[in-house]
Design a protein around this ligand. Structure first.
Ligand code: 1PX
Length: 211
């Protein structure tokens, strides 16, 4: 991972995460999140409580990916199958497997929906659109439904510290505004596809509400 964020690289990692059979490779899914964390860190300390949580979730998944059972963690599909078949998931309340791959990935998966909604707003925004509004609208439509009041409040405060739209376009490192918009148009279907495949898999296995 290079130090400067580039939207192009995020796009490439998410593209690499889809196999021919439309399975999702954990390695690239995680790499995509690492890029996004780097971006968030570059926005300042107000976001560190958010990025800390993402980093710890990435770490949990990476440990599975490198651990002795790594052959089962190559794709999200193989992880779900393995953890369910071996009773490694707390299904109704947190118990002996509070940090399963399935529940950890679910948190990132919900956040991916936020990202999709936010980037779509950014793509179709106009000069006077506010990033804080785009961010919080996307948040209220997605992640907020899974967060308690206190977190929602803290997130609201962080949103107020977001840089403006021009800065956002600049830090994406993808050329002028029109080029960024074009690249967003290219990235979004990919992010949406990865999201939908995961959503369908989790729905099929009744995993969407894991504690
Ligand atoms: C190209 C521009 C892209 C911008 C990239 C920014 C990436 C931001 C990613 C945010 C990911 C947040 C993951 C949150 C996971 C989560 O829901 N965790 C909660 C539940 O976990 P638990 O283990 O307890 O069940 C946890 O309680 C969360 C705590 C921290 C708050 C998370 C707030 C998420 C707000 C999303 C908006 C981020 C705005 C960043 C500005 C760019």
């Amino acid at each position: 991972m290079a130090d400067t964020f580039s939207l192009q690289r995020v796009l490439e990692t998410f593209r690499s995460s889809l196999s021919e059979k439309k399975e999702v490779y954990m390695k690239y899914y995680i790499a995509g999140w690492q890029e996004l964390v780097a971006f968030m860190n570059s926005l300042g300390n107000v976001f560190s409580f958010i990025s800390k949580d993402v980093v710890s979730k990435i770490q949990i998944l990476e440990n599975f990916l490198l651990g002795e059972n790594r052959s089962h963690y190559v794709t999200i599909q193989s992880m779900v199958k393995y953890e369910l078949e071996n009773d490694l998931v707390d299904l109704t309340k947190r118990g002996s497997h509070p940090e399963s791959g399935c529940r950890t990935l679910l948190r990132l998966h919900r956040a991916l929906r936020w990202l999709e909604l936010f980037l779509e707003r950014l793509r179709t925004s106009t000069e006077d659109s506010k990033t804080s509004v785009m961010c919080s609208d996307a948040y209220n439509e997605s992640l907020a439904q899974h967060h308690p009041w206190l977190i929602r409040k803290a997130v609201g405060v962080a949103f107020c510290a977001l840089p403006g739209r021009d800065t956002f376009f600049d830090v994406m490192n993808a050329g002028d505004h029109m080029q960024v918009v074009a690249l967003l148009g290219e990235s979004l279907p990919l992010i949406a596809e990865v999201y939908q495949i995961t959503e369908d898999l989790y729905a099929k296995n009744t995993l969407l509400e894991l504690p």
